[in-house]
Design a protein around this ligand. Structure first.
Ligand SMILES: [Zn+2]
Length: 450
């Protein structure tokens, strides 16, 4: 939580401000006290440096300490003495005609010397002016999000390190939806998510939405988690930033026992959690919702339920983050599932422009007809809602302008080996940033004042 220290900002502003304005009487007494406490040499230096300013100071008469008079008298005597001894006076600089100056310049410059005593030290910080500069949204986000915290989220979500849930230590061995919502002790990811989100977000902005998934065995009740930041100017328009937090193993092992899902989709969930830590101090023109889906590994049940439950919502764009922690060939190339909707293509173009604008050094495959249709963006496409999914270079694609290699995907997809150690955190964090910055733009994030 590395905030800018507001007091320091205020102090420097009031300091600068005071230097360019006439000191008030209340400042003068403080200054005098300060001046006494400072070393004589330093004070003298400051007096000299301020002489020119203070000669114009019409408030000079407001102090009449004996000290002033003494110095003034001394100055007058010295200057007078100098005048008498050398019969010279200081010509104006850059004035070439010194002989003329001898005739015309009387010794009156001694009079303003009375002034320079008082405006020595800068004034004490006074109550800050309200003009604290607004911070650009991206700069603000950058001051909050943190690669180490990003790593910690993934580590905790994938059972690498234990967590305290309702005061009890446990490990999240699996986030398989069937395990999370049946009370298993090794699958408390839903409780963990809620507890974590509540650290940053007021309760009235958090909703937990149940949905029913009927499979061959019967009905299951699972839950999505939604965090809402109401829009300031266009609240009816909604931008969604989404990630599924369930996991599974398919090709090996038992998902009820162990499915770490560090890459799929710890990378996406951790991105949204980092975003929360910044967004909770920001305002947006449009309504911004961060949606944590479940049931994705069971044919996108969570996002399917969401679009049904929110059929009346005006969703203007969905940025879905899903599994982007593999870059074995080091080309920093990712994959966008764009599809055919014009709105989705505008989102993808904005995402790519954002990468350029912020020099994130990432490239992307841009998949339209051959986009992967087993991710949460598909639920929105089916309702003609603009949406893209951001993923690592998972599918073969040789379109010009994208990734040079056909594909560069995890070796641990839906396997017990999908652990933190296999995640390229630097690459994933930068892709997460691209997603966050894109969302800032889409939701019309406002400059931040604190
Ligand atoms: Zn996934």
């Amino acid at each position: 939580m590395s905030n800018l220290p507001p007091k320091q900002v205020s102090a420097s502003i009031s300091h600068d401000h005071a230097l360019f304005t006439l000191p008030h009487q209340s400042h003068l007494s403080i200054n005098q006290k300060q001046a006494k406490t400072q070393a004589d040499s330093k004070a003298a230096g400051i007096i000299e440096s301020h002489k020119e300013k203070t000669m114009k100071n019409t408030n000079a008469k407001s102090t009449n300490l004996p000290l002033i008079l003494l110095i003034a008298s001394l100055a007058a005597v010295i200057l007078g003495g100098v005048y008498l001894v050398f019969n010279l006076h200081t010509p104006n600089q850059n004035n070439g005609s010194a002989s003329l100056a001898v005739e015309t310049a009387p010794p009156e410059p001694t009079v303003p010397v009375l002034a320079p005593v008082e405006p020595t030290a800068p004034p004490e910080p006074t109550p800050a002016p309200t003009a604290v500069p607004a911070v650009d949204p991206v700069d603000f986000v950058n001051s909050i999000i943190d690669p180490n915290q990003y790593r910690t989220w993934i580590s905790q979500l994938s059972g690498e390190e234990s967590v305290l849930i309702n005061g009890q230590e446990s490990k999240i061995d699996t986030r398989y939806s069937y395990a999370m919502f049946s009370g298993q002790n090794n699958a408390k990811a839903h409780e963990y998510m809620l507890q974590t989100i509540r650290q940053f977000i007021p309760e009235e902005q958090i909703t937990v939405e149940p949905y029913t998934y009927v499979d061959g065995m019967g009905a299951n009740t699972w839950y999505n988690i939604i965090v809402t930041f109401p829009g300031q100017t266009h609240p009816e328009q909604q931008v969604l930033f989404t990630a599924h937090y369930d996991s599974c193993v398919v090709f090996e092992g038992n998902p009820l026992e162990y499915a770490p899902g560090a890459n799929d989709n710890g990378t996406g969930v951790a991105t949204l959690l980092e975003a929360l830590r910044a967004f909770n101090q920001m305002k947006f023109g449009k309504t911004l919702k961060l949606v944590f889906f479940t049931g994705e590994e069971n044919f996108q049940q969570g996002s399917k339920a969401y679009v049904e439950q929110h059929a009346g919502d005006q969703i203007v764009g969905v940025i879905n983050m899903d599994m982007f922690g593999t870059d074995k060939d080091g080309d920093r190339c990712l994959e966008l599932y764009v599809g055919g909707l014009t709105g989705s293509q505008e989102l993808a173009n904005l995402f790519l422009n954002t990468i350029q604008k912020h020099q994130l050094n990432l490239k992307a495959d841009y998949l339209i007809s051959n986009a992967y249709d087993l991710a949460d963006q598909k639920s929105f496409w089916e309702k003609e809602i603009a949406a893209i999914t951001v993923m690592e270079n998972f599918l073969p694609d040789y379109s010009p302008g994208g990734c040079e290699t056909g594909m560069d995907r995890t070796d641990h997809w839906h396997l017990p080996g999908d652990k933190l150690e296999a995640v390229n955190l630097e690459y994933a964090f930068d892709i997460g940033r691209a997603g966050i910055y894109t969302v800032l733009e889409l939701a019309e994030a406002q400059p931040v004042t604190r």
